[in-house]
Design a binder for this molecule. Structure first.
Ligand code: THG
Length: 371
């Protein structure tokens, strides 16, 4: 972190919970979908330890929704992802990479099906609204694509169920993973889903009226006092341990879903039309040259790079680059995601990371950090 600051101008859109997040001591922000996203409260380590033990309230309004509604809603959603969205039932969420006609990953949203002809595409950091509006117009589709007044507030951590049961009722325990209900909290109707960007369990509350943001925050906050609730945010250490990739850092439009391991979320050849069909078929046939892997870097804690560190093989050739990095208290090691040559991507392979004048040895691990 540096002492440089972000100016909160009108262009950097305000979130409905921002005032409370700042009052609770958000120390640093990043910018995501043209909005502020807090990234540190006490310290990355202290935030991480609290998240793994108690419950946190996260202002993740930056997970903007692109609403797709109308007779061609399913056709449009099918077109932009290789995942079979016809299988997504009303009340269900699906993690579905958006892929362009060249096989590039456009975004990796969660898609919620609110009705047969109505979806929310809950996006990562890229301009999906413009992408999907353009496709709908170009194709002359009978569909409306817009950004609704919806802001997710995440409740994450092992005490999330106990907390939400006191706010909503015991029925929250019956909400399955990646399922949602609609309910009322703080006199405002919300969508309540069992999802969220951590491996600690929890919920996401989709607020549908910005003017009720502070009231919603305060209701959860008060109910959370017996559970040691704190304000928090997506945590780099925790997401590395859990294996969650971040669009823009670990993958971009330059990557295809096979390189990112996102192919495990779809089966090629669904019956609906999808714009990435030919490109993905060709990549599946020809294979990929790079893969994103889990890389455990030995030694003392390494400072996360601003951009990247080069990854080398035994003989000193550059075979890839680090995309995310943090020290993990759980594994007592530096954990990183890195894009490396396929031939060097097999778990157990020893590689080297170039940090300044040091060459640190590291090992390719499986998902779950087994090596
Ligand atoms: N919540 C909501 N919107 C989001 C995110 C979120 N939009 C942006 C970003 N996060 C989207 N990316 C992800 C990536 C992974 C997961 C969720 C959102 C996730 N993955 C689980 C895993 O990989 O094990 C489970 C996936 C599955 O089984 O389908 O949870 O966090 N609203």
């Amino acid at each position: 972190m540096t002492a440089s600051q972000i100016v909160f101008s009108r262009r950097l859109r305000q979130t409905p919970f921002e005032e409370r997040a700042i009052a609770q001591g958000a120390k640093a922000f990043t910018i995501y979908n043209h909005m502020p996203l807090s990234s540190v409260y006490e310290s990355p380590e202290a935030d991480y330890r609290h998240l793994c033990e108690h419950v946190q309230l996260w202002d993740v309004s930056v997970e903007r929704q692109v609403e797709v509604i109308g007779p061609d809603a399913l056709t449009l959603v099918e077109l932009v992802t290789p995942r079979d969205m016809s299988k997504c039932k009303v009340g269900q969420c699906m993690y579905a990479p958006l892929v362009d006609e060249f096989g590039g990953v456009v975004n990796d949203p969660i898609i919620l099906r609110l009705a047969d002809d109505r979806f929310w595409v809950s996006i990562a950091d890229s301009d999906v609204l413009l992408w999907m509006k353009g496709i709908a117009f170009g194709r002359g589709m009978d569909v409306t694509v817009f950004e609704p007044d919806v802001s997710p507030l995440a409740v994450q951590g092992p005490k999330s169920d106990a907390l939400m049961a006191t706010v909503v009722g015991p029925e929250v325990k019956d909400i399955g993973f990646f399922k949602f209900i609609t309910t009322t909290i703080a006199d405002t109707e919300v969508v309540l889903a069992r999802s969220g960007w951590s491996g600690q369990g929890g919920f996401e509350i989709y607020l549908q009226d910005s003017s009720k943001g502070l009231a919603l925050w305060d209701t959860i906050w008060e109910a959370g006092q017996p559970f040691h609730i704190r304000a928090g945010c997506p945590n780099l250490i925790e997401r590395l341990e859990t294996g969650l990739l971040s669009y823009g850092s670990d993958m971009t439009l330059e990557n295809n879903p096979f390189e990112c391991g996102l192919d495990r979320f779809f089966v090629l050849g669904k019956s609906a039309e999808y714009m990435s069909r030919d490109a993905l078929d060709a990549i599946a046939t020809n294979g990929v040259s790079q893969k994103i892997v889990n890389l455990k870097i030995s030694g003392q804690p390494v400072r996360a790079p601003r951009s990247t560190y080069q990854v080398e093989n035994e003989s000193g050739q550059t075979v890839g680059y680090v995309t995310s990095l943090a020290w993990s208290p759980k594994y007592e090691s530096n954990l990183s995601f890195a894009s490396v040559a396929v031939s060097d991507s097999i778990p157990g392979t020893t590689l080297y990371v170039r940090v300044g004048d040091k060459r640190l040895s590291c090992v390719v691990c499986k998902q779950g950090w087994e090596c």
